[in-house]
Design a protein around this ligand. Structure first.
Ligand code: PMP
Ligand code: GLU
Length: 396
């Protein structure tokens, strides 16, 4: 059976593929350490688990809910934006989705006509480009340079803007680089987007995972004009260790949100009811576990960042948020005799038993991504193995 051109043109997610491969090798008895997927290793906090159990036991989780989510959860989303961003939205300006991933998918579907362009700064999270393509759009990449802390500037954006540009995507704190745009940088980009009537897709999913002196400024808070053109994407996966529950949301202009709801009503209906009750507890219940997990991520990052720098040839920016390190391994690869990051990553897996993600899927073929959302002992051993691998190859 010949598949559609649409299906044939899609790259599967490299993050999920790398994670699946590591899991399969582990299941087959291989001693593989996986720094692949961006998923907190902590269990979902107890109060959230209990709320889900109650929703199952009292029967409320048995039924379809409204497509955009139960009213209490939409209200909780709006309240959390009020608390964290100081911005007022109505519940009708929100949709709860099957993960932030599906919020983005719906958004591109309702926003883009064939050939419309979306500017995506590279390195970028692997799904943006494919989702834009699935909606008939064209991803237009702008290289955020390592020497500019992997952030793009207005002159760079202006260079790629065309009549077809419909939106710009910003992910701060960034997956994979961990970088955060400052308020001034956001102001410049936001004003530029407003001047050219571009929609701003602000993927704020790592907004509560911020370290050291860094401050997360949400794009939508910069000015009223910017807020009006911004769709906020967020979710509970990363902040509350709830990746498996699959709850994300979008917040913004009502006509866009309503179109997303209409599309979801035909594509998926509501996200799982039990997960919505869990997410409601996450957003409205005690928040102390968020800070406990954030501190654990920060402690790990501080250590791994230092260990990594001992690896010959490797350069790495210190992350300000999220839970990834994104070292440039161009020199390291040269030292070891590799010219292609995919080969290097494959060799790390085969010979050093460490799984990382190739930078290629993020539009950065000189880099690898390591997730530090795993325990310190694993991280320490994994970095040791990578270092030994490089040093051995270097001697040859
Ligand atoms: N945006 C970014 C930048 C991410 O890293 C992820 C991770 N999966 C998502 C969105 C989607 O998360 P989820 O679908 O689990 O809410
Ligand atoms: N966002 C996470 C990551 O980058 C989860 C996997 C995915 O959905 O890509 O690893």
């Amino acid at each position: 059976m010949e598949l559609s051109k649409r299906a044939q043109g899609i790259e599967p997610s490299v993050t999920l593929a790398a994670s699946a491969k590591a899991k399969a090798l582990k299941a087959a008895g291989k001693d593989v350490l996986s720094l692949t997927v961006g998923e907190p290793d902590f269990p979902t906090p107890k109060n959230i688990q209990e709320a889900a159990k109650r929703a199952i036991e009292n029967g409320t989780a048995s039924y379809y809910t409204a497509t955009p989510g139960i009213p209490a959860l939409r209200q909780a989303v709006v309240d959390s934006i009020q608390t964290n961003y100081g911005l007022t939205y109505t519940p009708s300006q929100t949709i709860v989705t099957n993960g932030a991933k599906f919020a983005l998918y719906l958004l591109f579907q309702v926003l883009l006509n064939e050939g419309d362009e979306v500017i995506i700064p590279t390195p970028y999270w692997v799904s943006y480009s494919e989702q834009v393509k699935l909606a008939g759009g064209v991803p237009v990449f702008v290289e955020a340079l390592e020497e500019n802390d992997y952030k793009v500037t207005v002159p760079q954006l202006e260079q790629v803007r065309s009549k077809k540009t419909k939106a710009i995507l910003l992910n701060s704190p960034s997956n994979p680089t961990g970088m955060i745009y400052t308020k001034d940088e956001l102001q410049a980009i936001g004003d530029w987007a407003v001047a050219h009537q571009l929609m701003i897709v602000a993927d704020d999913i790592y907004g509560q995972l911020v370290y050291g002196e860094a401050v997360f400024t949400p794009m939508a808070t910069i000015s009223e004009a910017i807020r009006k053109q911004t769709i906020i994407i967020n979710g509970v996966s990363k902040t509350y260790a709830m990746t498996g529950w699959r709850i994300g949301f979008a917040v913004g202009e009502q006509t866009v949100i309503q179109a997303m709801i209409d599309l979801a009503s035909q594509a998926s209906s509501n996200p799982a009811a039990v997960s919505q009750y869990a997410a409601l507890e996450a957003l409205t219940g005690p928040q102390d576990s968020v800070e406990t997990m954030r501190q654990a991520f920060e402690e790990r990052m501080e250590k791994v960042y230092v260990w990594l720098k001992d690896i010959p040839g490797l350069t790495v920016r210190k992350p300000q948020g999220a839970f990834y390190l994104f070292p440039n391994v161009r020199e390291t690869m040269a030292i070891c005799g590799y010219h292609d990051v995919d080969d290097f990553v494959e060799a790390l897996l085969e010979e050093a038993n460490v799984a990382v993600v190739t930078g290629k899927g993020f539009g950065a073929p000189d880099n690898i991504r390591l997730s530090y959302a795993t325990d310190l002992a694993t991280l320490e051993e994994a970095v040791k193995r990578i270092k030994n691998f490089v040093e051995k190859k270097q001697q040859k």
